[in-house]
Write a protein that binds this ligand. Structure first.
Ligand code: GTR
Length: 334
């Protein structure tokens, strides 16, 4: 028997077959785990509008939002296979596939949002997108994901010791497992779509995410203590299936890359507004916010994971380049 996802995917897989440069007969299929109004999904819609306008309707994007194609780890496999043309995921599920992506997920890597944006837009960012090619993915663009912080159902987290013994949901990535372990808590990898239930049922005591995800997923209804640890500023990423990319003419590739790049500033605007709106909404709902916490103590424990994950000279150089990135672009932004 085919399951629901296989049934959904069958037309995608059939439609995925085609020759390079042959006239496009269907839209590009794109997946995102978030609901339609979330800024990453809106960015995919923006790409569709740009392509529609610039190619007179010849290139379009059909967006499958809300995780309907499965968890990010699974949709990435489908993308490599060519069943999805485009996929917007967090960097975390790529950590085990493309080692270079780990560098952006290191705790306390970025000094500020402006520093992070300068890295995504600059040469370290491009280098990491290019590193995806041998793995069947063409990196098109980064989107903002703000800062991730811990939240839980039990108590206010002010010092790392407050984390001791808590069961914390993490994304499917060894570096997140290691970060939570470094704080003396117990990491449990669970797909995003299952975390709400896990919090409600007490399978986990907490998780970590940015304001918009904490709000949009309704995790705040169960986990009422949000502590602004801001430990990770890793971005979202938009990838194309290399198989789909190779089937496009160079003109089509140019249109797609331009639309993806042009969607980044559009998304950033929506993102900044959404961060504010989401924070305001959950605060109004009465969640307990811990703003004053000992960041140095958190960094002290979590920085131990850097050495464990920067395992090659190449990864170390990449990390150094990011730490040392200054430049005019960033100065303008600060
Ligand atoms: C969100 C991100 C999603 C997903 C989720 C998670 O911030 O936008 O792509 O990675 O976090 O925690 O699984």
């Amino acid at each position: 028997m085919l399951n629901r996802r296989q049934i959904l995917l069958a037309p995608l897989l059939l439609a995925a077959c085609g020759d390079r440069g042959a006239p496009r007969t269907r839209p590009l299929f794109a997946a995102d785990t978030h609901p339609d109004e979330y800024p990453t999904v809106q960015a995919l819609h923006a790409i569709d509008r740009l392509l529609d306008k610039r190619t007179n309707g010849e290139m379009r994007v059909r967006v499958y939002a809300g995780g309907q194609m499965g968890a990010e780890k699974d949709t990435l496999e489908i993308t490599v296979f060519g069943g999805l043309d485009l996929n917007r995921v967090n960097l975390a599920p790529l950590n085990s596939i493309v080692p270079e992506t780990i560098v952006l997920a290191l705790p306390f890597m970025f000094r500020s949002i402006a520093h992070a944006r300068a890295v995504f837009d600059g040469s370290p960012g491009r280098q990491i997108l290019d590193a995806m090619l041998p793995h069947g993915l063409y990196g098109l663009a980064y989107y903002d994901s703000g800062a991730r912080s811990f939240y839980n159902t039990k108590r206010p987290i002010v010092t790392p010791d407050d984390m001791r013994g808590l069961k914390i949901r993490v994304q499917n990535s060894d570096i997140y497992v290691a970060m939570v372990q470094a704080l003396g808590a117990n990491p449990t990898p669970i797909p995003y779509g299952e975390v709400y239930q896990a919090l409600i049922q007490g399978v986990v005591d907490g998780a970590e995410n940015n304001w918009p995800s904490y709000e949009s997923s309704r995790h705040y209804e169960a986990a009422r203590h949000y502590s602004l640890t801001r430990h990770v500023l890793a971005p979202e990423v938009l990838v194309a299936s290399q198989r789909s990319w190779d089937r496009m003419s160079s003109e089509e590739q140019g249109y797609l890359q331009a639309a993806a790049s042009d969607s980044v500033p559009i998304m950033r605007k929506m993102w900044d507004a959404r961060v504010e709106a989401s924070a305001a909404r959950v605060l109004e709902d009465g969640i307990q916010l811990v703003e004053e916490l000992d960041h140095a103590a958190f960094a002290d424990r979590m920085l131990s994971v850097w050495d464990r994950f920067l395992t090659t000279p190449q990864l170390r150089t990449l990390a150094d380049d990011i730490v040392n990135l200054a430049g005019e672009e960033m100065a303008k932004d600060e």
